[in-house]
Design a protein around this ligand. Structure first.
Ligand code: SAJ
Length: 425
């Protein structure tokens, strides 16, 4: 069986490699010649646990080949980005370009699957576009009787750092333009998925993906709102959450400096734009999480300006612990805002970075290692709960002023007059 995966990014490349390992002949398509060359050399351009070995294996066996040109295949999997504009409106142009590239190659019996996170109705738009470009084929949703091809939506729900495990073990929700399309796509996924494959409509599957990430965003917003309230009321939010979570039906998430990454902070907007008059809670949750980042910037700026002679270390830039992904990270936004205002007074500690991101250009802030920071800095601002930071013993930080946005060191004594700020997320 021949499979073409369009988009060799964080989802597309691992997916292409796994399908290749299951015995299919896979062509991975990317618009970037650099990405194509890297993969054809058996290398990877993204960091993901165990991905390098897998790609090297399937490329050397010849079951995965990368190209910039789409060729005929049995199944086409679209895994291209769906970014959003400044008003958070979803941009599905890459998805539609992928469909345009597939259209001339389509043959009777082919399966087209969209995996990119997409606004509800996108799979139907793909089917309509294919129907327009290929009037010689009977396209599902646009024809009566049995269609010539199959079109389905199957969202990706893997967690960065666990992608290869979760691609195989997670349940898959498979939405067809018609029930026949869903069944056909299920047969495809069963080749390499161990989790349950559940079928539904394309629209429902699109909404499922957006709902999952919105659910998490709303719950994190609840924790972040509590943290700002608790700070205002002089209460330790971590203690409140720990105690409330002893209730058998309460499970509050952890506050932090805001929500980062390219999924949870983005996907809720796709729902909000799909139903603007019916999405008050989801929109407000997004606003609360954005406001939390602004709140931390304000509080940290005040703390630093109260200590003009202190050397300040911002601990962490990643959008979540123990990864090297700095995209849409609130930690970057906060540390860069401090660096822009206070310049050389600010040092950055990020064990997963090789250099500082461009947000820090011209600020004078420098990347230093943790031991140096602990030796020379008087004020610590915790932005990421990396294991490395968790393990810093009290003797090495007890005499410092600490603003801990992650609740990392609940044993931290009050220091330097920052009673209100220390531990306050
Ligand atoms: N965060 C908190 N408090 C918490 C949990 C998370 O502030 O209690 C923050 C993190 O620090 C981070 C952000 O939320 O900045 C997002 O991290 P995450 O670990 O919750 O999620 P992602 O973005 O790495 O992956 C999510 C996952 N979705 C869900 O858990 C519902 C993943 O399964 C999806 O596949 C992925 O989005 C995606 O690609 O959509």
């Amino acid at each position: 069986q021949k499979v073409t995966v369009l988009g060799l990014g964080y989802i597309g490349l691992p997916t292409a490699a796994l399908i290749a390992r299951s015995g299919c002949k896979v062509t991975g398509i990317d618009v970037s010649q650099h990405v194509v060359d890297t993969v054809n050399n058996g290398k990877v351009h993204i960091e993901e646990v165990d991905l390098d070995g897998l790609v090297q294996g399937v490329v050397s066996r010849g079951t995965l080949v990368a190209s910039t040109e789409v060729a005929p295949a049995d199944t086409f999997v679209i895994a291209v980005p769906t970014p959003h504009d400044d008003e958070h409106r979803p941009d599905i142009s890459h998805v539609l370009s992928a469909a345009r590239a597939i259209a001339p190659k389509l043959q009777v019996g082919n399966l087209v699957i969209l995996e990119s996170t997409s606004p509800v109705g996108t799979t139907e738009k793909i089917a309509a576009l294919l129907a327009e470009l290929r009037p010689d084929l009977k396209i599902p949703g646009a024809c009566t009787g049995a269609a010539d091809i199959f079109v389905a939506y199957c969202p990706e729900r893997v967690l960065p750092g666990r992608i290869l495990i979760e691609l195989v073990d997670n349940d898959r929700c498979i939405g067809g333009i018609t029930p026949r399309c869903a069944r056909r796509a299920m047969t495809f996924y069963r080749q390499f998925v161990r989790g349950a494959c559940v079928t539904t409509s394309a629209r429902a599957a699109e909404m499922v993906k957006l709902v999952e990430n919105s659910y998490r965003d709303v719950n994190i917003a609840f924790a972040n709102e509590l943290s700002m309230m608790a700070e205002h009321m002089g209460v330790d939010v971590w203690e409140v959450i720990r105690l409330a979570n002893r209730h058998p039906r309460v499970n509050i998430l952890q506050p932090g400096p805001g929500v980062g990454g390219h999924c949870i902070a983005v996907d809720p907007w796709f729902l909000v734009h799909g139903a603007p008059d019916h999405s008050r809670l989801i929109r407000t949750a997004r606003e609360v999480n954005l406001a939390k980042t602004a709140h931390v910037i304000g509080a940290a700026e005040m703390l630093v300006s109260q200590h003009p002679n202190a050397r300040v270390a911002c601990l962490g830039l990643a959008f979540k612990p123990n990864i090297d992904d700095f995209r849409e990270s609130p930690a970057v936004e906060i540390a860069a805002a401090l660096a822009r205002r206070f310049g050389k007074q600010i040092e950055i500690v990020e064990p997963y970075a090789r250099g500082l991101p461009m947000e820090f250009a011209g600020t004078g802030a420098e990347l230093i290692d943790l031991d140096t920071a602990l030796a020379v800095c008087d004020l610590l601002i915790v932005l990421v709960d990396h294991d490395l930071f968790k393990s810093i013993p009290m003797e090495e930080r007890g005499d410092k002023i600490v603003y801990d946005t992650r609740g990392l060191w609940l044993d931290q004594p009050n220091g330097g007059g920052t009673n209100r700020l220390h531990r306050a997320a």
